[in-house]
Design a protein around this ligand. Structure first.
Ligand SMILES: [Fe+2]
Ligand SMILES: [Fe+2]
Length: 194
């Protein structure tokens, strides 16, 4: 089994049962990391490993401190696979710096790319689906459609800024525009104007 297959298998095992930050999320981030690296540079192996592993601690410790715990678990796992210490550190830094909940600022090209790739999954059509799901599971949204516009505007507010790469900023602009249109449409339907 290649190292990347081992990493994917490990991530799959850790994320089993996770509904919002599951393997499907990590696989989308993986592809965005590859796409952003085409413009920005960055080590693809580091990015692929970091994207698959970035949320592995969510099922274990919840969202609040998952970046810290995830970096710790990844360090241990990757060292055990025999990866050189500087690659382990590069991957661990990207993981500990990917979250808006806390952690250090992203210092490397790889950490900035992972941060941006992850943020894109919080906005746009994907962001609406994930946001509603996250809100229902976490209790911030109670399922009342009348409250959904406010809830989604809160998501927009939270994730509208702070990107590091030009391409991600362009994609984010289009995704946020769609979210605002969606909220507008939702309001029209709730007011029986559409
Ligand atoms: Fe995360
Ligand atoms: Fe994530």
């Amino acid at each position: 089994m290649s190292i990347m297959e081992e990493i994917r298998r490990f991530a799959e095992e850790k994320l089993r049962g996770e509904k919002i930050s599951g393997l499907d999320h990590s696989e989308r981030i993986y592809r965005w990391c590859e796409a952003l690296a085409r413009d920005e540079g960055g080590d693809l192996e580091v990015l692929r490993a970091a994207s698959l592993l970035h949320d592995i601690a969510v099922p274990l410790v919840g969202r609040q401190r998952h970046y810290e715990e995830g970096a710790k678990i990844a360090r241990q796992f990757l060292s055990g696979l025999g990866l050189p210490p500087e690659r382990v550190e590069a991957i661990a830094h990207a993981i500990e710096a990917h979250s808006r909940f806390g952690g250090p600022e992203p210092r490397t090209a790889e950490a900035k790319i992972l941060y941006d790739a992850d943020l894109l999954d919080f906005i746009g059509a994907i962001g609406i689906v994930r946001g509603i799901g996250r809100g229902l599971l976490g209790g911030e949204f109670d399922g009342d459609v009348g409250k959904a516009p406010e809830f989604l505007l809160g998501v927009i507010e939270k994730y509208a800024a702070g990107l590091h790469t030009k391409r991600a900023r362009e994609v984010a602009r289009a995704r946020l525009e769609f979210m605002r249109e969606f909220v507008e449409r939702l309001r029209e339907e709730l007011a029986m104007r559409a």
